[in-house]
Design a binder for this molecule. Structure first.
Ligand code: NZQ
Ligand code: ZN
Length: 386
């Protein structure tokens, strides 16, 4: 196992009815900006629960944070905060609202153009970020328990990320009942996103870390078992609870310490969202099989371990097993009604050139856990998915 540091101070309140704890979690005299998305919280009762819990607090609302949150929208909230002297941010939503709120928090007291936080990953310039609390409404990203944020500039179609412990939520409330109102597509997106978060931190090369491997495999196995149950019946509380906690554990930092990480599938997937607006989880389902095939030599041992322990594939040559592993993984995504080819989303072959150009312009010409995935292999990964 490699050396590591691990620090995760996010206070989690998990379970039915826990939104009512908000009044104890938010500082008593805080002037709060409550951030949310397009209105799902008004239809499923979460908005009312939050308002009731915080009835004694000063609260201003900022709605309209879109899926794949836009820089342009978030900067409007920054303006309000500066004018209204807000001192606490409460994000009520999925990954987009929480990520967007992290960016808002970082941008408020940033000297200079806040786009630099994303364009140059300038986290050292973030001064006095506003404290954040979160009420999670969509298990998927792990944003509720990490310091990452992904923001899109609509003007240039750039989707970029930054990460710092400074924007980790002070607390997050995880009530599995929020899943009851999720559209099926968002449930499948969430299951697949969480599944691939684990694989990005697991499907690399062995460093003799059985505890990390088994943490990762427990999350994968849980998603394979519980995912289809919650997909078939979103009001199954136990399945919803297991899915929700699995998604949080997939990207709160724990399983990634001490082991190599990849993140190629995400880097490539973000470009498919930037150019074609495809949902994040779906982009990953498209890209992952290509990464498995093209990077099979680097990932050989962990691919075999994944095949054995998750899909019970124990026989055949490596080539035969690899194809079976990819087929089983894709079949899992298909069972959640998620297509896995670029053509299923009407993405033309010309997008491959655009993505390769972007990687070159950004000088991302050696990535993956071994730092040896180049533009030619990037092209092969995408051509594998046509
Ligand atoms: O906007 P509203 O009306 O709330 O509707 C949302 C949105 O349309 C809806 N929704 C959320 N909770 C609901 C609900 N509808 C009914 N009932 C509920 N309980 O779902 C739609 C999608 O929401 P969104 O927040 O965009 O989804 P998700 O949580 O999948 O977040 C995706 C974003 O997170 C980023 C992605 O790139 C993408 O921008 N990621 C963030 C990461 C992180 N912070 O660590 C890591 C991930 O890899 C990912 O990149
Ligand atoms: Zn993801």
């Amino acid at each position: 196992m490699n050396n590591f540091q691990f620090y995760n101070p996010v206070h989690i309140e998990f379970g039915k009815g826990q939104i009512s704890k908000l009044s104890k979690l938010v500082p008593a005299n805080a002037k709060i900006l409550m951030t949310y998305g397009g209105g799902s919280i008004k239809r499923n009762g979460v908005y009312d629960q939050v308002k009731e819990a915080l009835s004694g607090h000063t609260l201003i609302e900022f709605s309209g944070i879109e899926p794949n949150p836009k820089y342009e929208t978030l900067m409007k909230a920054v303006e309000i905060i500066r004018n209204e002297k807000i001192d606490f941010l409460l994000a009520v939503g999925g990954g987009s609202v929480i990520d967007g709120t992290k960016f808002i928090s970082a941008a408020v007291n940033y000297e200079g153009d806040p786009w630099q936080i994303l364009a140059h990953r300038d986290v050292s310039g973030i001064k006095d970020p506003l404290p954040i609390g979160a009420v999670l409404t969509l298990p998927a990203t792990g944003s509720e328990m990490n310091g990452n944020s992904v923001v899109t500039k609509a003007e240039t179609k750039e989707k970029l990320a930054f990460g710092t412990p400074a924007v980790m939520p002070k607390f997050s409330i995880l009530d599995p009942e929020v899943i009851y109102s999720l559209p099926k597509k968002q449930i499948s997106n969430g299951i697949i996103d969480a599944f691939i978060h684990v694989l990005e931190q697991y499907l690399t090369y062995p460093v003799n870390s059985p505890i990390q491997d088994r943490f990762a495999e427990s999350i994968l196995a849980t998603l394979v078992e519980e995912g289809p149950k919650v997909y078939a019946e979103p009001t199954n509380y136990d399945a919803a609870a297991n899915f929700m906690w699995a998604a949080t554990m997939a990207l709160n930092g724990l399983i990634g310490v001490g082991v190599p990480q990849d993140w190629s599938t995400h880097m490539i997937g973000h470009e498919l969202t930037a150019f074609h607006g495809i949902d994040h989880g779906r982009t990953l389902a498209i890209v992952l099989p290509g990464v498995m095939r093209v990077k099979q030599e680097n990932k050989r041992e962990k691919l075999l371990q994944y095949g054995e322990r998750i899909w019970n594939i124990t026989e055949g040559t490596f080539e035969e097993r690899l194809e079976l592993i990819i087929a089983k993984t894709e079949a899992f995504f298909h069972s959640l009604e998620t297509p896995t080819r670029l053509s299923d989303y009407e993405v033309p072959a010309s997008t491959i050139d655009k993505i390769c150009d972007r990687f070159e312009q950004r000088r991302i010409t050696a990535f993956g856990e071994q730092g040896d995935t180049d533009i030619q292999q990037l092209r092969m990964i995408l051509e594998d998915r046509l």
